[in-house]
Design a protein around this ligand. Structure first.
Ligand code: ATP
Length: 331
């Protein structure tokens, strides 16, 4: 291929980005950075503002406030955007009667790229054997691959994908995971949205989680994992007597609606010993493990009580209201 446009930082910077549609505040004061070399997951439930944010990054929606830049420039100021950013937004439509190869050749011609580039990207996405098939006969998973191939035509430095795993079977998801990881490992930038943390758990290193258009977590997935707290759920004969003993031991206590206490900071044996010391009988005890999926649900439903802040890290756990400052971790 001729001249490459890989000389920029490859960074996506979102600063104070907001978008309202009439009374709907789809995105509110959102800030985050996406760096090359790792896959960044942009996670949030349906309707949390992911697509609107990605469309603002790609210059398709005008922000109500704030900025989004790629390589330090707004999308519309990039000299050759298709060579800098490849994007797949929602399920794309293809001319049903056109073969995959011809579809790609049309786009390659529009970008001034040689025909051979079509075959190169078909191979990259594992569609070589379907090159002569009409796009109208493709399964949803194959259409996702063809959309990705289209995004890759310009050999971009940055990939932005909106829910690319939708419609993929487990094998397709595994393939996508390996592809995105390898793409990022080659020093490029990947921002990929999903409403399912589980789907992205093994793909992404860095996560930006949004809820109601606001950032609730921006940091490494490993640090989010470390923030998982297991709790001991205790049914005590006299909770009012047990609570001071737990407080003296500096343990965390939540009151559950069913009358049990949820204790953090100690294992069940320690809690049992403290109850014994306080002369309180225990009618039941249960270890509760909070998995990543639950944590994601708690973060995005706004009911999450924050773990201790990790001062030395850029990770930004939410405040007690379940919402972060919205200024997630800009370096
Ligand atoms: N063009 C529009 N006009 C009016 N409201 C819109 C428009 N686009 C998005 N919204 C609203 O903005 C909010 C955020 O939508 P957005 O599509 O960005 O969320 P999302 O996280 O991508 O969700 P999904 O995964 O369901 O696409 C929603 O309440 C949506 O209804």
């Amino acid at each position: 291929m001729e001249e490459r446009v890989h000389d920029g930082s490859g960074r996506i910077m979102v600063q104070g980005l907001s978008k309202s549609f009439g009374p709907i505040n789809a995105v509110q004061n959102l800030s985050f950075a996406v760096r090359p070399g790792a896959v960044t997951g942009f996670l949030g439930p349906n309707g949390s503002g992911k697509t609107t944010t990605l469309r603002m990054i790609l210059g398709l929606v005008t922000p109500s406030a704030g900025t989004a830049t790629i390589n330090g420039q707004p999308f519309h100021q990039l000299a050759n955007p298709a060579r800098v950013v490849g994007a797949v937004l929602e399920a794309q439509s293809f001319h049903p009667g056109r073969t995959a190869r011809n579809h790609l050749r049309c786009y390659a011609a529009a970008m001034n790229l040689p025909d051979e580039q079509a075959d190169r990207v078909l191979e990259l996405v594992g569609l070589t054997s379907a090159a002569q098939r009409k796009a109208g006969t493709f399964s949803l998973g194959m259409r996702q691959r063809l959309a990705l191939a289209t995004a890759l035509l310009g050999d971009p430095q940055v990939l932005v994908l909106d829910e690319p795993a939708n419609g993929l079977d487990p094998e397709g998801i595994a393939w996508l995971r390996n592809f995105l990881k390898a793409f990022a490992a080659s020093g490029r930038t990947v921002l990929v949205s999903s409403h399912l943390l589980r789907e992205m758990e093994h793909t992404v290193e860095h996560v930006v989680i949004i809820s109601h258009g606001q950032c609730v977590y921006d940091g490494h997935l490993d640090e989010l994992r470390a923030a998982q707290r297991s709790r001991v759920l205790v049914q005590a004969s006299d909770p009012n007597k047990l609570v001071p003993a737990l407080q003296d031991a500096e343990l965390g206590i939540d009151y559950l609606p069913d009358g049990r206490l949820a204790v953090t900071g100690a294992d069940s044996r320690t809690v049992a010993d403290l109850a014994l010391g306080a002369g309180v009988a225990l009618y039941g005890m249960e270890d509760e493990q909070v998995d990543l999926e639950q944590l994601f649900f708690q973060l995005t439903s706004g009911q999450y009580a924050a773990p201790e802040q990790h001062p030395a890290t850029a990770a930004r756990p939410p405040d007690a209201s379940g919402h972060g400052s919205g200024n997630g971790g800009i370096a």
